[in-house]
Design a protein around this ligand. Structure first.
Ligand code: OGA
Ligand code: NI
Length: 206
């Protein structure tokens, strides 16, 4: 079973190649949305989200000036409830590798919660000492988002744009190329954010 037809993937890939990013509305169906939402609520209830850091800087006072979100890193075996979501991502990776000639071999995801009054300043998702992030993947979870709620994803570059963080909307962009920023959130803002990675295959058996 495939989530999307190859022609659909091709249309996304074309857009990603042309503009360095693509916006995909209604990437997930309602049952997947509810699943992610209830998982997110559980982690919040259990206080599992922690203040996000930046790069290798450990200073929380500095961090707060750059980004104000709280995150929870997913673990494929511990968080097996999201198995269907991982399968969707695996299909996406397979198509990106085939049609974009990429060599993505892994992924990492976290839940992200921006409390009211927080943001993430302009940055690139590849930082010093780390260049294995190929594609950034942001799936928004904000039902009933309205103008004025803020928290738009601002993309810089030739196709500068402010993207509303609407529920079920997925944004993919090239991690090494696209500078971006999360504008001030005036309402709590939720997303499932991740990176498709090019991790060198281990040579552990040699
Ligand atoms: C990030 C990021 C964008 C968004 O986590 O690096 O830029 O819209 N997120 O949440
Ligand atoms: Ni980013």
């Amino acid at each position: 079973m495939q989530w999307y037809a190859d022609e659909v993937y091709l249309s996304w890939v074309d857009k990603l190649a042309a503009d360095d990013f693509v916006i995909i509305d209604n990437y997930i169906k309602d049952d997947m949305f509810r699943l992610i939402q209830s998982f997110f609520n559980e982690q919040r209830k259990e206080d599992e989200l922690v203040k996000a850091g930046i790069g290798s800087l450990g200073d929380h006072a500095i961090n707060a000036c750059v980004r104000g979100d709280y995150i929870y890193w997913l673990d494929k075996s511990r968080d097996a409830r999201l198995e269907d979501f991982y399968r969707m991502v695996e299909e996406l990776i397979e198509k990106l590798n085939r049609y974009c000639f990429l060599s993505i071999s892994d992924f990492e995801f976290h839940l992200a919660y921006y409390p009211e009054g927080t943001f993430y300043k302009k940055h690139l998702d590849q930082f010093r000492g780390r260049n294995n992030r190929i594609i950034s993947f942001v799936l928004y979870l904000n039902e009933n988002w309205q103008k004025g709620d803020g928290g738009e994803l601002k993309i810089f570059g030739d196709h500068e744009q402010e993207i509303e963080p609407l529920a079920k909307r997925l944004v993919l962009f090239k991690s090494a190329e696209v500078e971006h920023e999360v504008l001030l959130a005036n309402q709590p803002r939720f997303s499932l954010t991740g990176w498709l990675l090019n991790n060198p295959v281990g040579i552990g058996y040699i």
